[in-house]
Design a protein around this ligand. Structure first.
Ligand SMILES: [Mg+2]
Length: 292
């Protein structure tokens, strides 16, 4: 039987992850599996906790939080023998969704105990690993506004508010995009790079992405009028945004973005800034636990 280390972000999802502790303890005590729970104390703490758990020899490290927690746990685990798992515990749970983890906590615990482990591709940019998706441009501007807080709005309404605010303030930036073929010079609205299909809580920006094909799915989305963007934006949830002429879809193992000025990049709930972003992929570089 496998051993489990849970990293719980107590503030994720407005306390959602913390509220799951009782159910996790109940399920795992009954199972007889070896497990340990740890609550994070602040930003970046999950990286160290995950690295420590891997060093202690835990087989599976479970991120109990949102995508930001998953990203920290991932960065603590890379290079170890431990597998990454995630339960729906935050506002954005795109990775948990990508690995088909059940939303119900009791079902999720059963899936964890079944421990269906497979290797999927591992991405890296700005010296940080990612396992699902990254965006640069308008989407990152929205994420940045949400992260900084748009009181009194919370959750989905915070995203909607930030979306409209960004809609009127966002200025595109010139980019040279190098995927090892003809250099693309453009001023896109956004560039998304995905191993999984979705970010931002279910926005399927690269809906055909396959997690273990050794390639990133890339969407270079060109600018459109504000009105058109408001009209077409909801299509991102069904994956239909890719059918618009503004959406240019690619598959590549490597991509370099050179921006004319420093801009934010959003990676699984975390924000970084740079004007040069070099994405590399390690095929099947990370062991992850699937819900099915
Ligand atoms: Mg892929």
């Amino acid at each position: 039987m496998k051993s489990y280390f849970f990293i719980v972000n107590p503030i994720a999802g407005g306390g959602k992850a913390k509220s799951l502790i009782y159910r996790i303890e109940d399920n795992f005590r009954q199972s007889g599996a070896e497990f340990q729970l740890y609550q994070t104390k602040g930003p970046q703490d999950a990286i160290e906790a995950a690295a420590g758990a891997a060093k202690e020899g835990y087989d599976i490290v479970v991120a109990a939080g949102g995508d930001g927690t998953v990203n920290e746990v991932l960065n603590g685990l890379v290079g170890s023998n431990a597998a990454l798992a995630a339960i729906h515990g935050g506002k954005g749970n795109d990775f948990a969704t990508a690995v088909e983890m059940p939303k119900n906590i009791d079902d999720a615990c059963r899936a964890l105990l079944k421990s269906e482990i497979r290797a999927i591709d591992l991405g890296k940019v700005l010296d940080r690993y990612f396992i699902n998706s990254v965006g640069v441009g308008f989407d990152a501007a929205v994420a940045l506004r949400v992260n900084r807080g748009v009181k009194p709005f919370k959750g989905v309404s915070a995203y909607i508010y930030a979306f409209f605010e960004s809609l009127f303030s966002y200025e595109t930036v010139e980019m040279d995009i190098d995927m090892g073929r003809e250099l693309i010079k453009t001023r896109p609205l956004l560039v998304a790079v995905g191993i999984g299909q979705a970010y931002g809580g279910g926005m399927r920006i690269v809906p055909d992405a396959i997690q273990d094909d050794g390639l990133f799915d890339v969407c270079i989305f060109n600018s459109m009028s504000r009105l058109a963007l408001v009209y077409h934006f909801p299509k991102v949830f069904s994956g239909k945004l890719k059918h618009l002429e503004q959406a240019n879809m690619f598959r590549t193992k490597e991509i370099k973005l050179n921006l004319s000025e420093v801009r934010p990049l959003h990676m699984e709930g975390e924000i970084f800034f740079s004007d040069h972003m070099h994405f590399t992929l390690e095929p099947k570089g990370m062991k992850v636990l699937f819900g099915k």
